[in-house]
Design a protein around this ligand. Structure first.
Ligand code: NAP
Length: 264
């Protein structure tokens, strides 16, 4: 009897934070590219993910998981181990911030920001990397907050600096593999972020989110930057300017500027 030829591994896009905002927009725009067999959508809220999946033309798999916990990370690891897919796109968009200072942000929120914004990004990336190949793309959603220390957005900004540094060094480690890693660093984006950020004792410490962009614009520019093999996707000229400021202006000066800006 002839041996059956094993079915080729399916190609997937793995998008965390896919139920809302930037992650949901990545899922929608990757869907339009028609380059993968399945989109894997990860967030805590299963219903939100199902609604996103229903609007896609590509087949979607919903993975409801709290990525701030080891059990949630295990859900993603187990799905990858079971299906053994080829990961064409990895987008780490799950994340949140809280406005406030060290007194007004709870210990639980401060820890969860580090767990989700940093630990989960590393864990999901490390789980996906062995399943990536030449042409695979990683987009890590960092923030323009990564460019300078920001009082009253302190843990969040520091967590995004981590994502930016992690992504840049990983990119070097991936040299020659054909796998491209890009850090997306937008300023404010009109998503569910603001409502979550204001749910803290210091929720009004940042007054207005000046110049918020639409997720659609930010994501299409990020995908262009990834195609162009850029290390950092700025998504607007203003962010490019902030990036330059973060490189050349001393932190005490940028923090003083931020102190004024957050009160406007
Ligand atoms: N909006 C901005 O101004 C802005 C600017 C720069 C960078 N960013 C970054 O962009 C990324 C996406 O945020 P967004 O603006 O799109 O905000 P959003 O609309 O609030 O989306 C956040 C996403 O993350 C998921 N999520 C939250 N906690 C989670 C957890 N513990 N485990 C798994 N998934 C979780 C949420 O779904 P569930 O609640 O169902 O879990 C949701 O899908 C974040 O990393 C954020 O830091 C945002």
């Amino acid at each position: 009897m002839p041996f059956a030829t094993p079915a080729p591994a399916k190609t997937i896009a793995l998008v965390t934070g896919a139920s809302s905002g930037i992650g949901r927009e990545f899922a929608r725009q990757i869907d339009l590219l028609q380059q993968v067999d399945e989109l894997w959508l990860v967030a805590r809220g299963e219903e939100g993910l199902r609604q996103v999946a229903a609007g896609l033309t590509t087949a979607a798999r919903v993975l409801a998981a709290d990525l701030a916990s080891e059990e949630g990370l295990d859900v993603v690891r187990a799905a990858l181990a079971e299906e053994q897919p080829r990961v064409r796109y990895l987008v780490n968009a799950a994340g949140f911030g809280k406005f406030g200072d060290w007194r007004t942000i709870s210990n639980a929120d401060a820890s969860a920001m580090v767990d989700l914004n940093c630990r989960a990004v590393v864990a999901v990336t490390r789980a996906a990397l062995p399943r990536m190949e030449r042409g695979s793309r990683i987009v890590q959603v960092a923030s323009a907050a990564a460019f300078a220390p920001l009082p009253h957005l302190n843990v969040y900004a520091a967590s995004k600096a981590f994502v930016l540094r992690y992504t840049r060094a990983l990119r070097w480690e991936l040299h020659g593999t054909g796998i491209v890693a890009t850090a997306l660093c937008p300023t404010w984006v009109d998503t569910g972020f603001e409502a979550v950020a204001r749910q803290s004792g210091g929720g009004r410490d940042v007054n207005h989110l000046i110049g918020a962009q639409q997720a659609r614009t930010v994501v299409s520019r990020a995908l262009c930057a990834s195609r162009a093999h850029l290390a950092v996707a700025c998504a607007s000229p203003q962010v490019a300017l902030l990036r330059l400021v973060g490189k050349v202006v001393p932190s005490c000066v940028t923090m003083a500027g931020w102190e004024l800006l957050r009160r406007v």
